[in-house]
Design a protein around this ligand. Structure first.
Ligand code: GLN
Length: 534
């Protein structure tokens, strides 16, 4: 069989611990294949029983990443999009809960005609269908399995991919197992035993790994690849050690330099192709250069204990700073601390950013921060909730002292941010969220239009509440103009400060489409304004 006419699959599983960079490894493997001119698609299979990743607590799971077609997914999809510079769809985010729901609904609808419905073969075959569907159209499809091998919840996925390899031909599949190798400071050695056990676990499910990625905190001095190779039964050249990198964008280069990328290509009959890694070299140079010129951004938020919660926002800020050749410093500012201590602490920043958020905790602190930026000529970028906070700040200045959002106070009559009447009563159903791509028309001559360099734009959304245009006069009086609307003219998409050098906010989430090589114009404009602020 001509290998190139068959889709090929790379399955990325994890052992020992989760959260050691399996997603970045999967995305980086994809990047090295793309550098060889191979078309790549990618998918994450999550073992959670949730039907929707949108309901997972971001402080625990990291950011909820939204695709253009409105799927609420986890932050690995963000890595995939940034590393592969593609836009994914819901087909790339597979959750056990959704598959089980599909299975049970099919059973309820009588589709099984009274046969016994089982995890194997029924759930596994749904998983296999989801993999085939997600991979359609590409030469190599990468599938990352969430969690670690052996987790109860993930067993159906492991069985499904084992069978899948038998169906499409083992030679068209590679299994990459990402294991963690801890360092014991007492004896000053890396311990490969958990990795050996994790490889054995994978074998016990009938899968012999082709590639082992050993994640370590630091560069090991001893030959841990040799040890893993010996005890894991995988050739040494198929074991790569990936210590924590100075920037995640170095990982594709490390895979290339170690020879693993070429080995993976070779096993798919794709060796010896011209490989263009220039964009990664340039990106790493930019990302690791130090500059004497600095900008200091204050990010006012609710969750401060998990950097992953706003991963894409931070990546967008970083990429904009790389483009501008300045050193980015950012500080998480607790919105609740502003409520207790006031806005004086914001004086040290060259720019203030309020990212997306839900719920009423810390809201007054965020409104105070937006007011501070508006009144003190501090560059401001508001994202989603950050727009709503700015609008409330302006309405209060413009004569509605008790202006608020009905998300905070459902009974208020000063609902400057509210639920559109046609959506009232559906708040708890999840059905009212505006998710995914929506267009906006930008006002001629506005800051938004000049930053985008276009008057019609599309951005991803994830919100429920809208600006209540009944209060438009007060909002304008308070110092803002409405600079972007939905095509119907009904919804407010962008606002900006009228007498302000850089005060802009959007109801959308521009951070999701920002790319390390192509930072989003709103973030670039924000960093430029912050530089001028110095
Ligand atoms: N909680 C607000 C809403 O639902 C903002 C959402 C967000 O910032 N993503 O409209």
């Amino acid at each position: 069989m001509d290998k190139k006419n068959t889709r090929q699959y790379i399955f990325v599983t994890g052992g020992v611990l989760s959260g050691v960079g399996k997603g970045i490894t999967a995305a980086s493997i994809g990047a090295t294949l793309r550098a060889r001119g191979v078309s790549v698609s990618i998918q994450k299979c999550d073992p959670y029983l949730n039907v929707d990743a949108g309901t997972l607590n971001p402080a625990e799971h990291g950011e909820c990443y939204v695709t253009k077609d409105g799927a609420e997914t986890d932050l690995d999809l963000g890595h995939y999009e940034r590393f592969l510079d593609i836009e994914l769809t819901r087909e790339s985010a597979t959750l056990s809960g959704r598959l089980l729901l599909e299975l049970i609904e099919a059973e309820r609808a009588g589709k099984f005609l009274g046969r016994t419905v089982q995890l194997v073969p029924h759930l596994t075959s749904i998983i296999q269908d989801a993999i085939s569907k997600s991979g359609a159209g590409s030469e190599v499809h990468i599938v990352e399995i969430g969690g670690t091998v052996g987790d109860y919840e993930g067993l159906a996925y492991i069985e499904a991919i084992r069978e899948f390899a038998a169906q499409v031909g083992r030679e068209n599949c590679q299994f990459v197992h990402v294991v963690y190798v801890p360092y014991l400071s007492a004896s000053k050695e890396f311990k490969t035993k958990p990795a050996q056990n994790a490889i054995r676990d994978l074998r016990s499910f009938g899968i012999a790994p082709d590639i082992i990625v050993a994640r370590t905190e630091t560069e090991p001095k001893s030959d841990i690849a040799g040890k893993i190779s010996l005890f894991g039964g995988v050739p040494t050249e198929a074991v790569v050690v990936l210590p924590n990198a100075d920037t995640i964008y170095r990982v594709p280069l490390t895979l290339e330099e170690s020879g693993i990328a070429e080995l993976i290509a070779d096993r798919f009959g794709r060796a010896g192709k011209e490989t263009d890694m220039r964009q990664w070299q340039e990106l790493v140079t930019r990302a690791t250069s130090t500059h004497t010129k600095r900008v200091h951004i204050g990010i006012v938020a609710k969750y401060l204990d998990n950097e992953d919660t706003y991963f894409s926002v931070v990546e967008a800020l970083r990429s904009a700073a790389w483009k501008e050749g300045v050193q980015l410093m950012y500080t998480w500012v607790s919105a609740e601390r502003i409520e207790e201590e006031g806005t004086e602490q914001l004086r040290e920043f060259d720019g203030i950013l309020i990212p997306g958020g839900f719920g009423s905790r810390g809201i007054e602190g965020k409104i105070a921060a937006a007011t501070f930026a508006l009144e003190n000529q501090v560059p401001y970028l508001g994202i989603c909730l950050g727009l709503q906070m700015a609008v409330i700040a302006a309405a209060r200045r413009g004569g509605i002292p008790d202006a608020t959002s009905s998300e905070v106070d459902p009974t208020t009559s000063s609902d400057v941010v509210f639920i559109m009447p046609e959506q009232k009563g559906l708040e708890a159903t999840g059905g009212t969220m505006r998710l995914g791509n929506y267009p906006a028309e930008l006002k001629r001559g506005s800051l938004a239009e000049s930053l985008y360099g276009a008057s019609t734009i599309i951005e991803r959304h994830r919100h429920r509440y809208e600006v209540n245009r009944r209060f438009e006069d007060a909002i304008i009086k308070g110092g803002l103009s409405i600079s972007g609307e939905s095509p119907s003219g009904k919804l407010v998409e962008f606002i900006e400060g009228t007498n302000h050098q850089f005060f802009i906010a959007t109801q959308a989430h521009p951070e999701f489409t920002s790319r390390p090589q192509r930072p989003h114009p709103l973030f670039v404009g924000f960093i430029e304004a912050a530089i001028l602020q110095k």
